[in-house]
Design a protein. Structure first.
Length: 764
């Protein structure tokens, strides 16, 4: 057999800046907007847009292959929520991105036929593309903040796909999925807060050197991350949304939820326990590898790895058991996804538990992730193809589909052989690697519980063959029911093309198992802390050996015996009681306990409030009594004061009456005085008028007298001037005769004045 050369991935190479990671996320987002707009005009244009968008997304991812061979490809969108969105693609991220984009393209092509007669097709395709963008964002994120954003976005967008039919069951399943998704997201966010608060970085790289010197409790943080990612991974007991969501969602959506979205949870667990909680020095070999491992065997991630092994073992076994007890085809496949995720978790646990020697567990888990994505997506699309005609998938109702859809039956058998681990099909190599990993873990620790876990692994593999035999027998064998016999089972070409592609991939990987191992798995492992001895052993492993083939023959024999025994005792027809489910054994008691605790606390708080209220009422009543007494005293004082006030008011009234009488009397006197004054004023006015008239007459007479005097003075003055002129020569000759006229004039003026005074005295 030709063995492909292993691509050399240089983990210490230069960091390459490329827009391709951001483009791989942006293309489906832009395509969802275009699909919405085109859906308003034409279904055919919308479908073409959706298919082309997924094809372009696949191309953008594949173009990153030569970049990641040289080193990590990065791109940053700064300024988003202060932290920015950071993309960093190493080979491990590239494997997940290529797997997601390829299967999404195939499922979308099938969906164009499946959704042809469904309602709200545009809404379905819009959210289908948006969910693709969020899934790619999770695996291409370069830090925990960006990963969290896309992880939560994926939960919210996929919710619309689950509730597409809008039935009661669909709404209930969507609610359970959303509740658990949000709870897991909160746990994830709390772990991110604790990590960032302690070491100041959210990069996805070995950080235990910083964690060890901080005050951070690594076990608490890993528990939060395990719960956050475990919800999406379908880890028991966090799986209950899977068997509820897958049966009610459209088959293309179920294929993507079961085959790809749960793998994002596994991706997160890989990153946390396999990278973040490992020291930087473990990636390089120095001296004796056993000494290095001994120095690191107390790492929290290695101790948590042991717990993850057992979580994986329990998950794979209980998932297979519930699939055996189910009759609805999509519910069987949902529980099968839970069981297969148990295989993957066991591989992750072994990789963490063995530390630098854990390359076998890593390879088995990653290889099984790839295989599970192909055969589980194929299974959901196959039963969806049958459902397109029958609209029924209960294996007690739908029978004999081998006669109607033989091509689907053949592809189903190929997938059956793949998931059953039959040599020549893809599941054989991944289950062989996982079996080697659990044996290595048991031998390394000499742990009897891990040897017992290996036996459970074998039994679960046999149970897987049993419930798929039950599913194939129920759907494809027997007589076709009358109500399905006359229907047409012709499908559009995309249905046959997609199912044929899944069958071909399952066969190709099974026939050339080392090609994928050396092309993708080992290069991805080089980015983790595994020493070169473990990687060399992995590169040289040969799964085509007698011991491994004998192991699968034992599984086949055990499956045959188990199936016959279960069928003989009619175990497949049994329906487990509802109280036996994890929901009733774990979640409902937890909810009841929470409600009881809350109710008890509420009752105590209510009692406290009531007691406080009663005490306050007593105090209020006492205060009221005091207020009543005070009011009574105030009333008494008011009455007493009121009597005094009334007395004062009466006295004031009497005084006011006396004042009124005095005012009336004084007013009468004032009126009489005013009358007398008015009379006096009238008399004065009359006298004034009379005296004025007399004065005016006296003035006239005085003027006449003055004129007469002036004339007499002129006449009398003439002799005087002549006499003066005669006497100029004798100025000293004066005698009494010369003064008679002046004396007369003075006597007249005095007489006139005396007359006026006597006259006015008479008038008064």
């Amino acid at each position: 057999m030709m063995i492909a050369a292993v691509p050399e991935v240089n983990a210490t190479a230069e960091i390459i800046t490329s827009i391709l990671p951001a483009a791989a996320v942006a293309i489906p987002l832009a395509g969802s907007v275009a699909a919405f707009l085109l859906g308003l005009r034409s279904d055919r244009l919308r479908n073409a847009c959706v298919v082309v968008t997924t094809l372009l997304t696949l191309a953008a991812v594949l173009f990153m292959y030569p970049l990641v061979l040289r080193g990590p490809a990065t791109w940053e969108i700064a300024g988003v929520l202060q932290f920015g969105i950071f993309f960093r693609v190493d080979f491990f991220s590239f494997v997940f991105a290529a797997l997601i984009s390829l299967i999404w393209f195939l499922a979308t092509l099938h969906a164009t036929a499946y959704m042809a007669h469904e309602d709200a097709q545009t809404r379905f395709f819009v959210f289908l593309l948006a969910t693709l963008a969020s899934c790619l964002g999770v695996v291409l994120a370069g830090d925990l903040f960006s990963l969290f954003l896309f992880f939560e976005l994926m939960t919210l967008l996929s919710y619309v796909l689950v509730i597409h039919d809008e039935t009661k069951d669909a709404m209930h399943a969507g609610a359970v999925m959303l509740y658990l998704g949000v709870a897991g997201g909160l746990c994830l966010l709390m772990g991110i807060f604790l990590l960032y608060g302690s070491i100041g970085t959210l990069e996805i790289k070995p950080l235990y050197d910083l964690i060890a010197v901080s005050s951070l409790n690594p076990y608490v943080v890993m528990l939060l991350f395990m719960v956050g990612f475990g919800v999406k991974a379908g880890m028991i007991p966090l799986h209950i949304w899977l068997p509820k969501a897958h049966p009610v969602a459209p088959s293309p959506a179920s294929a993507l939820l079961s085959a790809l979205m749960i793998n994002t949870g596994a991706y997160g667990i890989f990153r946390v326990v396999g990278m973040i909680f490992t020291p930087q020095a473990t990636g390089v070999d120095h001296g004796d590898a056993s000494a290095v491992h001994a120095a690191l065997e107390m790492l929290p991630s290695m101790q948590v790895g042991y717990v993850i092994i057992w979580i994986g073992i329990i998950t794979m076994f209980l998932g297979a058991l519930m699939a055996l007890l189910s009759t609805a085809a999509k519910k069987i496949l949902a529980y099968s996804s839970v069981s297969q995720m148990g295989y993957i978790l066991m591989g992750i646990g072994v990789a963490a538990y063995l530390g630098t020697e854990g390359a076998m567990g890593f390879a088995g888990a990653l290889y099984h992730i790839i295989n599970h994505a192909f055969f589980k997506a194929g299974f959901f699309l196959m039963v969806g193809t049958i459902n397109m005609v029958t609209h029924e998938l209960d294996i007690t109702v739908v029978r004999g589909m081998l006669q109607k859809v033989p091509f689907v039956a053949i592809v189903f058998l190929i997938g059956f052989a793949g998931i059953g681990g039959i040599p020549g099909f893809n599941g054989y190599i991944s289950k062989t690697l996982l079996h080697h990993a659990i044996v290595e873990a048991a031998e390394h620790s000499h742990s009897m519980p891990l040897f017992f876990a290996e036996k459970i692994f074998t039994v679960t593999s046999a149970m897987t063959l049993c419930y798929f035999t039950k599913l194939f027998r129920g759907l494809f064998l027997g007589k076709v029911p009358d109500r399905f016999a006359a229907k047409s089972y012709r499908y559009p070409w995309p249905v046959y093309a997609v199912l044929g592609a899944f069958g071909a991939v399952i066969l190709a990987i099974g026939l050339f198992p080392h090609f994928l191992l050396k092309l993708a798995v080992i290069p991805a492992a080089r980015g983790f802390a595994y020493n070169h001895h473990a990687l060399e052993h992995l590169q040289e492993i040969n799964v085509w050996n007698r011991h491994d083939v004998q192991g699968i023959l034992v599984v086949l024999a055990l499956a045959a015996v188990l199936y016959l025994a279960l069928d003989r005792f009619n175990f497949f027809a049994e329906k487990p009681p509802r109280w036996l489910s994890v929901e009733y054994l774990f979640y409902l008691p937890a909810v009841r306990f929470l409600l009881q605790t809350v109710c008890t606390a509420s009752a105590r708080f209510d009692s406290f409030i009531n007691n406080t209220y009663l005490q306050s009422c007593r105090l209020a009543r006492g205060a009221c009594r005091l207020v009543t007494l005070f009011d009574a005293s105030v009333n008494e004082a008011y009455k007493r004061g009121g009597g005094a006030v009334r007395t004062v008011a009466e006295r004031t009234g009497q005084f006011d009456g006396a004042l009124n009488q005095a005012y009336e009397r004084s007013g009468s006197l004032a009126r009489r005085l005013a009358d007398r004054t008015e009379q006096l004023d009238s008399a004065l006015n009359g006298a004034y008028e009379k005296s004025g008239a007399a004065a005016k007459e006296l003035v006239h007479k005085t003027a006449d007298l003055d004129e007469a005097l002036d004339s007499a003075y002129e006449q009398a003055g003439e002799p005087s001037r002549r006499l003066r002129d005669r006497l100029r020569g004798h100025p000293s000759d004066w005698n009494i005769k010369n003064l008679n006229f002046d004396a007369l004039l003075v006597a007249l003026m005095l007489g006139l004045l005396l007359f006026i005074i006597i006259y006015y005295a008479r008038l008064q």
